[in-house]
Write a protein that binds this ligand. Structure first.
Ligand code: AMP
Ligand code: GLY
Length: 443
């Protein structure tokens, strides 16, 4: 039975939760959600092999694009709340569809997801609301791009407008490279996502991720985080989905955060309202702290991965209640996000070759792992015919630890990571280097 939001008070029942998505992010959401004793079952569509190790969790095989079958299944399972993890179903309007079927959904509709699925739209949105961001040019052809690149005296960043699994941003070192990047996008490297290109002024500064849980009008901020996007130590090598993260980000003192709220977060919510976009979900603000103040690098309509894995262990049992309130437009504004007096850090283990070509199917051996303040969240794993855990993705799993300070966190994370092995395992040893007092730069 779906919940009738229009005719009656929405049910307060919160027994059966559904999470859509297959990554480490979704497993960490499931892990935090199951903490609440009201929650009896957490279903994941499709989840991965790691979902099976989480209390109360069960994987469900349903094609989310087969809408009739999906709704029948959700009715049968008496789903009380749906959390949509990844951007693609959100961009395809899955939240709108499920809301029309009277489910409570945490995740924006297609209109809100546009913050992520069209970079040019997001830039115009920011321009309209006077939200600080890098200067930009939206271009529709290679000729147009070439003109701007030739005329520009500043270094530029080249971006495909649409979704490109984190691969659509180029940071060229020369004008020639800039043109080649624009050319490759217009030549179809990202299909329809590259029909429009955004050229941006290259800005500089440390990056932080800020997450706002929104109910359409109000929001609550989660602890901040910083991730490591580059593949190799010393933040070198190609960009990846994220090789590790830590939370909260000590870089953001309260006065920074106050400025971010005033100049970026509040104006974003106001502009969404002005545009009649009823945003019920998380807004991920990817920020750069430049010399002239914080600027938005990008918006995402979902939790960051691996920031989510890092933040979720800091949440208490009330987290799922916040998601539910957002889904119903019911935040009061004085909700407290209780966080322990601890910090959290996450190291991602990848397959050899990631973010380029890699092989899958290698058995994963997990030895003796600390059980307190230490979690393994699988990102790309499955079970083979014999029920053994095997690698099944580029980012395979992450280890997340909490402790009093970041030195203790990462000492524990790396100690436990030694207990995990698979053919070709790769991870960075310097995750959190900025916040580890004992970290030797010579490492
Ligand atoms: P995005 O997918 O838009 O987050 O971009 C991926 C990464 O590219 C960001 O995390 C930044 O490190 C970098 N980047 C994006 N836009 C800019 C910019 N305008 N200036 C400098 N670096 C950028
Ligand atoms: N960690 C970056 C992202 O999720 O896009």
């Amino acid at each position: 039975m779906s919940i009738n939001l229009s005719n009656s008070k929405p049910s307060n029942r919160l027994e059966n939760i559904l999470i859509i998505g297959s990554g480490g992010r979704e497993n960490s959401l499931a892990w935090a959600i199951q903490k609440n004793e009201l929650v009896k079952k957490v279903y994941l569509i499709p989840g991965n092999a790691g979902s099976d190790r989480i209390n109360k969790c069960e994987r469900i095989k349903v094609d989310i694009n087969n809408k009739n079958v999906l709704v029948k299944k959700l009715d049968f399972l008496k789903i009380d709340l749906i959390v949509i993890g990844p951007e693609i179903p959100l961009a395809n309007g899955l939240a709108d569809f499920l809301r029309k079927k009277e489910f409570k959904v945490f995740g924006p509709g297609k209109d809100g997801a546009k913050l992520e699925y069209s970079k040019s739209w997001a830039k115009e949105f920011m321009q309209g609301a006077n939200i600080p961001t890098a200067n930009f040019w939206k271009v529709n052809s290679l000729d147009e791009a070439k003109k701007i690149i030739h005329l520009s005296s500043l270094p530029l960043v080249v971006k495909a407008d649409g979704l490109a699994s984190g691969k659509g941003v180029f940071i060229p070192d020369s004008k020639d490279e800039c043109i080649r990047a624009a050319e490759s996008i217009f030549n179809g490297k990202f299909g329809k996502s590259g029909h429009v290109v955004v050229l941006e002024e290259k800005i500089q500064g440390p990056e932080v991720s800020v997450f706002a849980l929104c109910d359409g009008k109000r929001y609550k901020l989660l602890p901040t985080a910083q991730d490591h996007k580059r593949l190799n130590e010393k933040d070198k090598g190609p960009n990846t989905g994220g090789m590790g993260a830590y939370s909260p980000a000590p870089l953001l003192k309260q006065d920074h955060l106050d400025r971010i709220i005033k100049e970026i977060i509040d104006p974003t919510i106001d502009e969404l309202n002005k545009k009649n976009i009823d945003y019920k979900g998380v807004i991920y603000f990817g920020l750069m702290i430049t010399k002239s103040g914080p600027k938005v690098i990008e918006y995402n309509c979902r939790f960051g991965d691996p920031e989510c894995q890092t933040i979720m262990p800091l949440m208490d049992q009330n987290f799922v209640l916040l998601l539910e309130k957002c889904s119903m437009g019911n935040l009061i504004g004085d909700e407290k996000i209780y966080t322990p007096d601890k910090v959290s850090g996450c190291v991602v283990a990848t397959a050899k070759g990631y973010p380029h070509e890699y092989k899958t199917g290698f058995p994963i051996k997990i030895g003796k792992i600390d059980t307190v303040d230490c979690q393994i969240f699988d990102s790309g794993t499955s079970l083979n015919k014999n029920g053994e855990l095997i690698t099944d993705g580029g980012r395979v799993l992450s280890i997340v630890c909490q402790d009093k300070d970041f030195d203790m966190v990462f000492e524990k994370a790396y100690k436990n990571l030694k207990e995990i092995n698979f053919n070709g395992i790769y991870f960075r040893n310097d995750i959190g280097h900025q916040v580890r007092k004992n970290f030797s730069k010579g490492n």
